[in-house]
Design a protein around this ligand. Sequence first.
Ligand code: AMP
Ligand code: ZN
Length: 458
Amino acid sequence: MLQLYDSLARDKRLFTPGDPDRVTMYVCGPTVYNHAHIGNFRAAVVFDLLFRLLRHRYGAENVVYARNFTDIDDKIIKASKETGAPIDEITRKYAAIYVAELAAFNCLPPTLAPTATGHIAEMIALAGRLVAQGFAYAADGHVLFSVSSFPDYGKLSGADADERLAGARVEIAPYKENPADFVLWKPSKADEPGWDSPWGRGRPGWHLECSAMIGKILGETIDIHGGGQDLKFPHHENEIAQSSCAHHGAPLARYWLHNGFLKMGADKMSKSLGNVALPRDLLKKHHGETLRFALLSAQYRQPLEWTDELIEQSKKQLDRFYRLLAEASPAEGAAPPESVVLALEDDMNTPEAIAGLHELRDIAMQLEGEPKRRAAARLKAAGALMGFFEAAPDDWFRWTPPSGEDALSAEAIDALLTERAAARKAKDFKTSDRIRDDLAAQGVLIEDGPNGATWRRG
Ligand code: AMP
Ligand code: ZN
């Protein structure tokens, strides 16, 4: 029984998809003009977890997850003007970086990754339909959605109209009938990218992009729509208005999910505050799985403070699990334990799920032989549900940051271990101890076992 907190209903609800053979989820993706920060990655990781849960419950081939790329936008145009690089070069570059970095966080590729520029015709058609039906109007090369035409406007964010206007710093413009009306289409200047439309050469507004792509690739009503909580207003409110009005009142999504903020100290991590940590830099020092574990250490709706200590703790916890997996070489194909599945199906209660993993690990450590292997296999299966334990245990313990040029290579360590084994055999303990101490000084720990010595980075 999957329960999800629906931001629109403001309540936890039992999840029932419209069609269990085609469960649909859409998550608003990045605007690709520079590097994402780790706060942006929280949304991607949280919805990757949900994607995994849905695949577990409904079958991998029955879940369609779409995450878009916003590849036309004022910020991208500005970046192109500043750097002199063509727009598509910028967007392709940062989209590729985003995908590669998320892969390092063990995020599965979404089923579909539509781009805004690939759906301009659908956006023009959607804006045209809204004008024809009286929900939108053209003025001065712009097309604007008339919020007073949609009585449910504001239902998701809940704030009253004045608060919304103040919070969103809505642009007052002479062509607007009401300051709260938002742009569906706007004119492009001669040096800006644009597409021909019934309202002249122009480009889409951001909100229109998601509505048009969802309608095209997933359908009128999808099961789950997700994003960070700052997207509730105006972005998701506007998506709802556009899509329901164009589709005779059909709801855009059955469930609306929003993740809480990643914080630096007391503040939201955000580009405008300049308090961001970038996956690009973090991945030079930490394994992507450690960073993923850190992001999932709090329940997704709670705020999470990003600290060095959080990363360190995450690494230590993963080490404990990998230690068991190294000892027990789990069999494949086990089922994840109920305790972990139930925690995750309770609105993705990841702290409880992680507690369940620890319990399982502690029990497994008491066992020997086949029972231990089976317990480890169940731990591995639970990890797979959360995107953990994807490294081979040896690789996990031997991993070095890509920037650690001065770290000893695995080959060099193997050679020293061979030398140490020879010294021990010759009872030259002075040399063997020196090698052990030298390695320890470089963060490499030797463990002597029945089959000779192994090493890991401590
Ligand atoms: P943006 O690049 O600001 O459009 O954000 C992309 C995604 O990241 C959206 O879903 C935002 O809600 C989300 N996001 C931005 N900052 C944070 C943060 N500090 N914590 C969690 N999610 C965030
Ligand atoms: Zn969106």
